[in-house]
Design a protein around this ligand. Sequence first.
Ligand code: DX5
Ligand code: ZN
Length: 213
Amino acid sequence: MLVAPSILSADFGSLADDVKAICDAGCDLVHVDVMDGHFVPNLTIGPVVVEAVAKAASKPLDIHLMVQNNPFFVELFAPLQPDYISFHIEEEKHPHRLIQTIRDHGIKPAITLNPHTPPEAIEFLLEDLDMVLLMSVNPGFGGQRFIPSVLEKVRRLKAMIEKRNPHCLIEVDGGVNASNITLLAEAGVDVAVAGSYVFKHPEGVEKAIASLR
Ligand code: DX5
Ligand code: ZN
């Protein structure tokens, strides 16, 4: 399983140091939450700050867009060449087109589903995707409680992926910690995002990442 700490819970006063710390501690991806204050009731960071994150990071970026105008934000972040860009299916009328645009930029396309969105909503997109991100909280904030029904959704999605595109990864984001990560792994999750668990761990980020593994 890959571990992708979410920098939303980092100390933004020393962001570069926090990014270096998670990379040195052996994370696999650096998860970056982009919020526009419209799709979700919170506002985070734009390309200027994410460029600084990319410079500090020795691991690839995983950009999670929580925005209304997806094509605009894809063009904004594509020059930073993250490994992945994911966009929410609830906010995209033309997902095939956007997937192609992301791929044309040399970036792996991923789609995110809110906790209530059934996996069938993206069944006919699976063969074009590198990853599906299942939210296990309502997006917008770190430190919320894990919604357990995502486990059943992971299993359903896993069966669909095996049939349609076995290379596609499953990522879960929200309330992930050392107590539920085993259940997630057993259900078929490939990438675990964790924000507050990693950055607020009393023994530091290295111990947190090690305990998730
Ligand atoms: C929530 C974000 C998450 C968040 C996770 O909208 O997408 O990436 O940072 O934080 P935790 O792990 O604290 O739930
Ligand atoms: Zn996220």
